[in-house]
Design a protein around this ligand. Structure first.
Ligand code: S3P
Length: 435
């Protein structure tokens, strides 16, 4: 997983961004395609699969559980799903690397199997909270052990029979919701998950795409146990979380105009577009279509003067992974930007409030932090800097975008992590940079 590799990225200012690009497949949807394809009966062909470290961790886990998965170039997979009862005991510990999605979703699935398994992860993942999935799973009857009573990986899971549960999530989390729905598919009776704020609904969409009946009541989503998904080919849209970096870059750099083709625009993920538009950005969508049960389209971004905004409430889960790059947009905007009610940022791949505050300060930006967010004062100019990603892919890529607009050179240390979500980042950015 490259714990000790400290590759760095040197970024020099560019004049503007221009041209047409594709971004790699959506990370959240790629994980789910492997998981649901593996427990479906029959062959699922996945196109535009994201071959990043995180999604490869999920794929390795299913191979270790006996699912034949063929990989072809151009990001195509053939998953030979073995149905609901088809997984086999993995002979060794399964390493989820840096991927919270793999760890949490698999926790739900593994709790319902007939076998024993152990999952672990890298330095960052072993510090991330797991009780949010472990506790409700235990209420369903799961037997899970881990450090600090099951708060931290490694987790040992003795799979067994589960019973349905009605659960109200304390923190808005698509990973928790998904883990419980996956466990619920195997449980006796109905499993219902209620969310206080809507989070990404890719699991629900994909389960329905694979023929599972789900019921919705208010803010709760429920699945009746014992239903088997049937295989179906799936084309994965481009990742809006990857597109976000270029959307911010093109908005900031005067004279820019880019088109990002075939991006997923599921409304539970488009907070980045809503926030940038509120800041004054020029963003248009066309060529709207449906890919694998998910809305997608082309996104055209032209540069525009940005102004500070307040970001809080329901938009937080809809933009949670894009808040680091939105910090860069805020730094280049006129006036103040406030991010509040975003304490979840403290428990992502790194503490993103502390990490981004440190990076913004080194760019010469005035920033104040709170337990649940930050205040960023837009700066007249950003100055090139030397900064460290703390092993967090989104901080690394956000700082690369800042570097395009900063004076002088920006050196970002510890950028190997970019591979976890967007291995083609540098190459894709290179296609639209005009010196
Ligand atoms: C994800 C959900 C989000 C997000 C993560 C991917 C998913 O996490 O931050 O990058 O694929 O379900 P939470 O659901 O824990 O907020």
């Amino acid at each position: 997983m490259g714990y000790f590799q400290m590759k760095s990225l040197r970024v020099r200012p560019v004049r503007r961004l221009s041209g047409e690009i594709h971004v790699q497949g959506d990370k959240s949807i790629s994980h789910r395609a492997v998981i649901i394809g593996s427990i479906a009966s029959g062959t699922t062909t996945v196109t535009n699969f994201l071959t990043s470290e995180d999604c490869m961790a999920t794929m390795r886990a299913f191979k270790a559980m006996g699912i034949p998965i063929e990989e072809f170039d151009s990001n195509k997979l053939k998953i030979h799903g073995k149905g609901l009862d088809g997984l086999a005991e993995p002979p060794d510990v399964m390493d989820m690397g840096n991927s919270g999605t793999s760890a949490r979703l698999l926790c739900g699935l593994l709790a319902a199997q007939t076998f024993f398994s152990v999952i672990t992860g890298d330095n960052s993942l072993r510090r991330r909270p797991m009780k949010r999935v472990v506790e409700p799973l235990r209420q369903m009857g799961a037997r899970i052990w881990g450090r600090r009573g099951g708060e931290y990986l490694p987790l040992s899971i003795q799979g067994g029979e589960l019973k349905g549960l009605s659960h109200r999530m304390a923190v808005p989390s698509a990973q928790v919701k998904s883990a419980l729905l996956l466990a619920g598919l195997f449980a006796k009776g109905k499993t219902a998950v209620e969310e206080l704020l809507p989070t990404r609904d890719h699991t629900e969409r994909m389960l329905e795409y694979f023929g599972i009946d789900l019921t919705r009541e208010g803010a709760a989503i429920a699945v009746e146990g014992g239903q088997s998904p049937s295989s179906r080919d799936i084309e994965i849209p481009g990742d809006i979380s990857a597109a976000a970096f270029f959307m911010v870059g093109a908005s900031m750099l005067e004279g820019s105009e880019i088109v990002i083709k075939g991006v997923g625009i599921n409304p539970t993920r488009t907070g980045i577009i809503d926030i940038l538009q509120e800041m004054g950005a020029s963003i248009e969508m066309d060529n709207l279509r449906v890919m694998g049960g998910e809305p997608a389209g082309d996104i055209r971004v032209k540069s525009a003067p940005l102004k500070g905004v307040e970001i809080k409430g329901e938009i937080i889960p809809r933009s949670v992974d894009e808040l680091p790059v939105l910090c860069i947009a805020a730094a280049a905007a006129e006036g103040e930007t406030w991010i509040r009610e975003a304490a979840e940022l403290r428990v992502k791949e790194s503490d993103r409030i502390a990490g981004m505050a440190e990076c913004l300060s080194s760019l010469g930006v005035e920033v104040e932090t709170f337990e649940d967010g930050m205040r960023i004062q837009g700066a007249e100019r950003l100055k090139g800097t030397v900064c460290n990603s703390r092993g967090d892919h989104r901080i690394a890529m956000s700082m690369a975008i800042a570097g395009l607009a900063a004076e002088g050179e920006t050196l970002i240390e510890d950028t190997e992590c970019i591979k976890t979500s967007f291995p083609m980042f540098e190459e894709t950015l290179g296609k639209i940079c005009e010196k």
